[in-house]
Ligand binder design. Structure first.
Ligand SMILES: Nc1nc2c(ncn2[C@@H]2O[C@H](COP(=O)(O)OP(=O)(O)OP(=O)(O)O)[C@@H](O)[C@H]2O)c(=O)[nH]1
Ligand SMILES: [Mg+2]
Length: 365
């Protein structure tokens, strides 16, 4: 699962990336500081790891991770080659979801792509480029399919139909994610790499003096997101500059700094929760003496599929999973007591994983 950070130049994309991954990328007050996509990994904050660690002795904790890409800025005309041009498209097409950073901070020292602060105009400018990029690809694909359809090719006919429907939505200036598609339509549009089909997490990058995001600009952005996008979006409020500074502190100082600022948790926790919600993700755990580890799966995945996130061999040779919940562990305190209490479940191949399951997979290859 990879999340691409997109947005206009100089809005704080790299600051967000730095705050999340702790990597030292350049954050600077000029447009197109980032000229090449940078990949990084962020650990998902998860209090359940420590909870499990209270009962099961271990040598280390391994959190789940989110893969992030800091993508070069998009400007008006990018789809036609302005700014960094089309290069952003390649990166954008490779990610599973977008994190769209929108400038909501007022700082006369930081130059703005369009002079005045206006998050709704900004977000629309980027969205328009993504719409145009999809439109270009679609028109080409529909053209090609039309030629094949004349020879009676059924798949091509279907493509023409789906393509025409999608073109109409984009020409209406709506992203493809705002519409409900059938399974077949989705598969076809995904195979074309449609960008506006991807879920989006909007990140309102707020001023140091508006950490809760109470400004009129943030309210306007929220209203726009809710009105125009359908269900496949979320919005979070972050002060990327402060968060990037906090990420550089030692862990003990971090907590103190957050409390001093009146923030309940670091932006990484806020962002991870929003992404899990947006993408329908959940966590399960493996726990033992070598490590206690969190794994990320999609809701609805079965036990063998979950096992496959650990190793394909465990999925292939899956026999069953000895499973209990983190809550059971808190209640019974040891795996032995869970078993004695009848709460150690032996789950087979069709078991649908539940959030907070702890699993021992039995497999044979
Ligand atoms: N005041 C304030 N400044 C910020 C905030 N976030 C980022 N900045 C500043 O904005 C400038 C641009 O930040 P970057 O993170 O480099 O922005 P970017 O979107 O990656 O920019 P490009 O790579 O050039 O597209 C830097 O000078 C940051 O310090 C914020 O929340 N508040
Ligand atoms: Mg940058």
């Amino acid at each position: 699962m990879e999340i691409g950070i997109v947005g206009l130049p100089n809005v704080g994309k790299s600051a967000v990336f730095k705050a999340m991954t702790g990597m030292h990328v350049e954050v600077a007050n000029y447009p197109f500081t980032t000229v090449k996509a940078v990949h990084g990994t962020a650990p998902v904050p998860d209090p359940r790891l420590a909870i499990i660690g209270r009962y099961i002795k271990t040598r280390k904790f391994v959190p789940a991770t989110i893969d992030l890409v800091d993508i070069p800025a998009i400007v008006a005309g990018s789809a036609q080659g302005e700014g960094m041009g089309n290069s952003f498209l390649e990166s954008v097409r490779q990610v599973d979801a977008l994190a769209h950073v929108v400038r909501c901070f007022d700082d006369p020292d930081v130059s703005h792509a369009f002079d005045a602060l206006d998050p709704v105009r900004d977000v629309q400018a980027v969205e328009t480029e993504l719409l145009l990029a999809d439109l270009q690809v679609l028109e080409g694909a529909v053209d090609k399919a039309q030629r094949r359809a004349r020879t009676g090719d059924a798949a091509a006919k279907k493509r023409v139909e789906i393509g025409a429907k999608a073109v109409a939505i984009l020409e209406d200036e709506r992203p493809l994610r705002a519409v409900e598609w059938s399974r077949e339509e989705l598969a076809d549009l995904r195979s074309l790499g449609m960008i506006t089909l991807r879920p989006v997490l909007y990140i309102a990058n707020v001023s140091e003096d508006d950490l809760q995001g109470e400004s009129a600009q943030v309210a306007a952005l929220r209203k726009w997101v809710e009105a125009s996008q359908g269900g496949h979006t979320r919005m979070v409020v972050i002060c990327a500059k402060l968060e990037a500074e906090i990420a550089e502190l030692a862990p003990a100082e971090r907590q103190e700094m957050l409390e001093g600022l009146g923030l309940a948790e670091p932006a990484l926790a806020v962002l991870a929760r929003a992404l899990y919600g947006l993408l329908g993700l959940q966590s399960f755990y493996t726990a033992g003496e070598p490590e206690i580890r969190a794994w990320t799966i999609r809701k609805g995945e079965t036990a063998p599929e979950a096992a496959g996130t650990i190793h394909s061999d465990i999925q292939r040779g899956f026999i069953r999973s000895e499973t209990y919940s983190v809550d059971d562990l808190v209640k019974y305190e040891t795996e032995h007591a869970i078993r004695a209490g009848g709460k150690m479940r032996s789950e087979g191949k069709s078991y649908v994983m539940q959030d907070g399951d702890v699993c021992h997979f039995l497999f044979n290859v």
